[in-house]
Design a protein around this ligand. Structure first.
Ligand code: C5P
Length: 227
């Protein structure tokens, strides 16, 4: 299991300070909407300047018509990131179109599909998808695998089932991790590290429990010890 730190701080300066503090640790860094919209490609370069070995997950959750998603995926190829994601609810045709477009490249980033956001509870999810989270997340995972994606974003509660119904290499990445029982914030389906381990999660994403703590590096060290 690997740790992916969400760089969701209010300014590039604060995010880069966090990156510098963890530069000697084997961690992934997640650049999401807020940070990428504000700081763009330059920010990605600054991360790599701090340590070339940092792996970057670009969390933009693409959702659009198939051709537009494939165009965006191709633009992402030019950014040199190691992982990005698209929404499974954009449909199998969109997912296949994205993967087909990336076929021509010798190497490509890991591509994940978002199943159910970890901020949804059952009733909020049902209001949109008219189904149970578990059932729908499993279906999305199967469609993503059949469309050639490498894995899914889900909560730790869906991970084990998804692992059981997909092949060995199919990965799960789980946000909503509160390693040591910290504040949940807007997240609804949260789990701790041991739960994620038991659910065979490949990547845990941790944001606020790290960057809002008094000593982020200590929290990172503690998490890495446990995983
Ligand atoms: O601060 P916290 O640990 O809750 O951060 C979780 C991060 O993971 C945020 O950047 C959020 O956008 C992202 N994320 C999520 N749920 C998903 C996909 C991404 O919380 N399904």
């Amino acid at each position: 299991m690997e740790l992916c730190i969400a760089l969701d701080l209010p300014t590039a300066k604060e995010n880069l300070e966090l990156v510098r503090n963890v530069k000697d640790y084997n961690v992934w860094l997640k650049v999401g909407l807020r940070t990428f919209i504000r700081d763009g490609e330059v920010f990605l370069k600054e991360i790599k300047n701090i340590n070339q070995n940092f792996k970057i997950f670009l969390d933009l959750k693409l959702y659009d018509i198939p051709n537009t998603m494939a165009d965006a995926a191709e633009s992402i190829m030019g950014l040199g990131v190691d992982m990005f994601n698209i929404h499974a609810s954009s449909g199998s045709r969109a997912m296949q179109t994205v993967m087909k477009r990336l076929d021509k490249y010798e190497t490509r980033p890991i591509v994940l599909a978002v199943t159910a956001l970890t901020s949804f509870d059952e009733s909020e999810f049902k209001a949109i998808y008219e189904d149970d989270i578990t059932k729908k997340a499993n279906q999305f995972a199967k469609e993503a695998m059949e469309s050639g994606l490498d894995g899914v974003v889900c909560s730790a509660f869906e991970s084990k089932d998804i692992k059981n119904i997909t092949d060995n290499q199919f990965m799960t990445l789980t946000p909503g991790i509160r390693p040591f029982g910290e504040e949940v914030g807007d997240q609804k389906r949260v789990a701790d590290i041991q739960f994620a381990k038991n659910a065979k999660v490949d990547f845990i994403v941790v944001g606020r429990p790290i960057y809002q703590s008094e000593n982020p590096v200590e929290v990172v060290k503690k998490i890495l010890n446990q995983i």
